[in-house]
Design a binder for this molecule. Sequence first.
Ligand SMILES: *Cc1c(COP(=O)(O)O)cnc(C)c1O
Length: 477
Amino acid sequence: MNTCLRSVPLLPFWYLRSFQTRMLTTTQLNLDSVRSQLNEHVRLVAVSKYHPAESVRECYEHNQRHFGENYVQELEDKANQLKDSCPEIKWHYIGQVQSNKIPKICSIPNLFCVETVESEKHCAAFEKAAAKLNSNNKLKVNTSREEQKGGASPEEAVVLGLYVRRECHHLELNGFMTIGSVENSDKIPNPDFDVLADVRKKFAEAAGVDESSLELSMGMSSDMDTAMKQGSTSVRVGTAIFGMREFIKPQWSLSLQDMKKVEESSEEKEDDSFRPISMKCGVFEDSKGSAYIEMGKTKVLVEVDGPRESPSVASQRGKITVSINEENLRIRAQLESAISAMVHLDKYPRAEFMVNISILSSSGGELAASILASALALVHAHVELFDIPVAAHIIYLPETKSFVIDPPSPLSPSAISITVALLPNLNQLIYTRLKGAVSVSESREALSFACKQSLRLYSVMRKTILSSFQNQPKTTL
Ligand SMILES: *Cc1c(COP(=O)(O)O)cnc(C)c1O
């Protein structure tokens, strides 16, 4: 008895406290593990997209200073939230640049580097915006090269670097960045990384500077080792630190104020963009759930009814039944499977939901529009989804090896048409359709391009759902 008692150590209060401060969060432990894999003098940029500001703070408190973000709005929100508590933070913008967002990017507090400058047009706009800021520090830019659409070719990247040095006195060329192509992502060594190293070499020769003064930003969670072996000086790592990008339930966590901001920023139209989109979640007061979408001239209305107890549903899982106007019957089954994949059907045993889709006008992209509108109508009916889906229709033109996003019909006869729908936060494809003859590598590239483009609709979907919840009197489920 006595011995037993004595073997329980009496921990003094100060010991407990110091133990607590030494407890690391999972994110901090992950950060340590990534750091232990870094070569000497390689910078780690922690990519925090889709993860909350709180996770960024955890890393900051563990001495991480450089962070990367892909979306202007998300970056701006986090930068503002953290500017007082994390004053030494250094933000990298690593998402695609849209010209109309450049002044906004430049005004972000503690912005360190824009890694994705692709054209003289971008440089000139950054120069103009940076000049206005009147800052003593030059804005750092990396010219980025990407196999997918967008990005400078190796030759262009060199020329662009020279342009920055010659013409842009408020910018400083920091180095070069690449994501690398999908095809090469598993290759060791990765030819795309060699190409980037060569871009730096050529630029250094042309500009008469030392190569080591320029950064090579390449390597992510899955290929940082390869990238470092091929000379990377800055790796951008997300998943290995923060874990899988999970669903932040935005519709319940964003304040009304935040929503306004999303609204202001959603107006964008460039050549490589979607047609004008408008959507509304909740159009009829008397139906259970409804939504309406216009993508260019394509117009889709969806009504949801249910859950209804159905004798025809034998299984424990619920069931989605789609009805659609007769001209479009050929896509009914496809829609049914895509929509079923996004609903948490296990939660609705023996129940049936009727999803009535009316394609009011067809001008390309009906499948994508129907999937998006159905999701909105389901959310409006308070049906539980795994995630807010996104969807896109693109075409690939093999002759010119180029993509067109959200094209209006009719399509050129040789065009390859691709529609995808995915649950972005689960990294899950719920629908793909590829029409036309392409090689395997082309189809992979087209698919990955379509997925990337579809993600651009995420904030619009989110905004639409938000505004419907804000305008609606609280309903009980
Ligand atoms: C998301 C992202 C990363 C991080 O990718 P992980 O695979 O999560 O490490 C790096 N670079 C860019 C440009 C990204 O968009």
